[in-house]
Design a protein around this ligand. Structure first.
Ligand code: CP
Length: 305
């Protein structure tokens, strides 16, 4: 793998994460800097996206770079049978950086091995979503004033949810306590619980989404049950409405609690939560612009200061 690619959040050390958060803060203060002038960047999205693709493209535009790419692989030669390897080798002839989302776990790692330019993983199946994690960390840091010793409750689809997998690993640097709220069908996979054990991170599993667990949380990280990850739609039907956060459930929550969600939501956060000052998911998505500006500069080795 080329040193500069960002495939997994584990590609960054704690020091690099903290440095990126500082850089994101700088971009929030001044997002318009022409440090990518002369660079061409590709966004290759083999899976649908609103926030990730548009915030990456906004980041490039605000930094003076240019964008090529696609948001629907059906319009590309992959629909004629061209392999991912050939697609990446072709596109890396044209651009300085590839930002890719793919439905297969491991696709970003594979792309980074065959590409002649850095790859940023914008989500690979149920595996990792490291740029989301950077904006999640930035959102947590901004709202809590620290990343240390926080009580983080993850709710919903913890099996297929790549954002919770990446966030869990990143938070391991900062002494968290986790609560995992999920039905049996969507529990946190064993490999991530083993990761917690190996890093001395306490975690508690719940099937009930109770006010008791909400009231202990500093961060309530809601997730969508992802229809597209189920091979058996009957299984999806069983769990799709399993947890719904209503405003009344936040009445005794901590003053510093913030509700995060990578979005899109379906019905797991009721609209009556949106006006609660503890709802932070739209600001969280906005923070994605600054976190992604910092990531792009890092992988390209550009000092924006
Ligand atoms: N959070 C996230 O990945 O959103 P999109 O699927 O809209 O990019």
């Amino acid at each position: 793998m080329k040193r500069e690619s960002l495939v997994s959040i584990n590609d960054f050390s704690k020091e690099e994460i903290i440095d990126l958060l500082e850089k994101a803060k700088g971009f929030e203060a001044n997002p318009n800097r022409r440090v990518l002038e002369g660079k061409v960047i590709a966004t290759l999205f083999f899976e649908p996206s609103t926030r990730t693709r548009l915030s990456f493209e906004t980041a490039v535009n605000r930094l003076g770079g240019r964008i090529i790419g696609f948001s629907d692989a059906a319009t590309t030669s992959s629909s004629k049978g061209e392999s991912l390897k050939d697609t990446i080798m072709m596109v890396s002839n044209y651009v300085d950086l590839i930002i890719m989302r793919h439905y297969l776990e491991g696709a970003a790692r594979y792309a980074s091995e065959v590409s002649s330019v850095p790859i940023i993983n914008a989500g690979d199946g149920a595996n990792q979503h490291p740029s989301q994690t950077m904006l999640d960390l930035y959102s947590i840091y901004k709202t809590q004033g620290t990343l240390e010793n926080l009580n983080i409750t993850m709710v919903g689809d913890l099996k297929y949810g790549r954002t919770v997998h990446s966030l869990l690993q990143a938070m391991s640097h900062f002494h968290p306590t986790f609560h995992f709220v999920a039905p049996d069908e969507l529990k946190m996979p064993q490999e991530y619980k083993t990761f917690c054990d190996e890093h001395g991170i306490p975690y508690y599993e719940h099937t009930e989404f109770s006010e008791e667990v909400i009231n202990e949380a500093d961060i309530l990280y809601m997730t969508r049950v992802q229809r597209e990850r189920f091979t058996d739609l009957m299984e999806y039907e069983k769990v799709k409405n399993v947890y719904i956060l209503h405003n009344s459930m936040l009445r005794n929550s901590k003053p510093n609690l913030r509700v995060l969600h990578p979005l899109p939501r379906v019905n797991e956060i009721a609209y009556d939560v949106d006006n609660n000052p503890k709802a932070y998911y739209f600001q969280q998505a906005k923070n994605g612009l600054y976190a992604r500006q910092a990531i792009i500069c890092k992988v390209l080795g550009i000092d924006a200061d």
